[in-house]
Ligand binder design. Structure first.
Ligand code: NAP
Length: 308
């Protein structure tokens, strides 16, 4: 319902694609009394103000969280620990800290030690995104019909969890609660390893000698095109994801490597039946994805669709 204030003051620490998309919904529906945006660069702070995503902007984390009821961490996850340390002393009792990071266990480990007693941490991850970055890249329909995973530790204040869940419900997200380790394993195979494969294929193509490289770009309309879109995702964000979800990604990569070796052998041995059986099985998976309504990625106005 428009004008239904859920939090008096919300502080965004980082206001790029994800933070600005959430801020757009909060502004559109009047869900906060005021918003403060915190970003490193003057350019991002000014853009956030120009786009009316926030009432004020600062580069000082402690100043941003002062008197805030909800703090949303929206930077690459590698910065979370330092940010949590900077905001620690300025957090007011009863404040809720949440985040949007793509990995959950390491985020909990980086943030929790810095939070004073009486401050609630409700980690979250919107499974929605595009390969674009910055406050201009956001749009208010990004989270519609997408999953939002909450991974609070046992014993987290349930009222705080519900307040964060309600905010995400207002974006049109479907809410799921998960153990953080389980989240990291699921995302390793559904998102992180696929991104790694895209980075690898596009990197391999880039390393090919010049003539072949131009043919690769020229004929990119086949499967390669989708890989180039995924491989255009933010380098810092993805660096941090792999560094922070090491165990789950390495485990899934191990399995993938074994399966790839099996496929190599099937091709070498001319095992057509084996190849066809696998491809028939994967086609079924695609059907289940369509049935679950997860086949259409969010599309920015006038842009390419993607997902995280
Ligand atoms: P983004 O568009 O690149 O925005 C990042 C924001 O964080 C910017 O406002 C930037 O400010 C600030 N920032 C960057 N490095 C910082 C640092 N070291 N210290 C303080 N502030 C810093 O990123 P995004 O795509 O919104 O991603 C943000 C988070 O969402 C990540 O943790 C990511 O894992 C998660 N996520 C992303 C997606 C996706 O598809 N993109 C999907 C789901 C979740 P300046 O511009 O001033 O540097």
């Amino acid at each position: 319902m428009a004008g239904d204030i859920l939090f008096n003051k919300i502080a965004f620490i980082g206001i790029g694609l994800i933070g600005s998309s959430l801020a757009r919904v909060i502004r559109r529906d009047g869900l906060a009394g005021s918003i403060v945006a915190c970003a490193r660069t003057e350019q991002t702070r000014q853009t956030a103000l120009d786009l009316d995503l926030a009432d004020s902007a600062t580069g000082d984390v402690a100043e941003a969280v002062n008197d805030a009821d909800l703090i949303v961490l929206c930077t690459p996850i590698g910065a979370y620990g330092a940010i949590a340390k900077q905001m620690s002393a300025a957090l007011k009792p009863g404040a809720i800290v949440t985040d949007v990071g793509s990995v959950k266990r390491s985020v909990i480990e980086a943030v929790t030690p810095h939070l004073p007693p009486g401050v609630h941490f409700v980690p979250s991850h919107p499974i929605a995104g595009t390969e674009n970055s910055g406050p201009e890249a956001g749009f208010d329909s990004l989270f519609e019909d997408r999953w939002l995973v909450l991974t609070p530790e046992p014993g987290t204040d349930e009222v705080a969890v519900e307040q964060v869940a309600e905010l995400w419900r207002r974006t049109g997200s479907k809410i799921e609660r998960m153990d953080p380790d389980h989240h990291d394993q699921v995302l390793a195979i559904t998102s992180h390893v696929p991104h790694l494969i895209a980075y690898t294929i596009v990197g391999t193509a880039t390393d090919l000698e010049d003539r072949l490289k131009s043919e690769v770009v020229k004929f990119a309309a086949s499967g390669f095109r989708d890989f180039t879109r995924i491989a255009a995702s933010d380098p810092v964000m993805w660096r941090d994801i792999f560094l922070n979800n090491k165990d789950a990604v390495l485990e899934m990569l191990g399995r993938l490597t074994e399966d790839l070796s099996g496929l190599q052998r099937a091709i070498r041995d001319g095992d057509g039946d084996g190849l066809e059986a696998l491809f028939a099985r994967t086609r079924e998976i695609r059907r289940s994805v369509i049935e679950a309504g997860q086949h259409i990625p969010p599309t920015p106005p006038g842009g390419d669709a993607s997902d995280d």
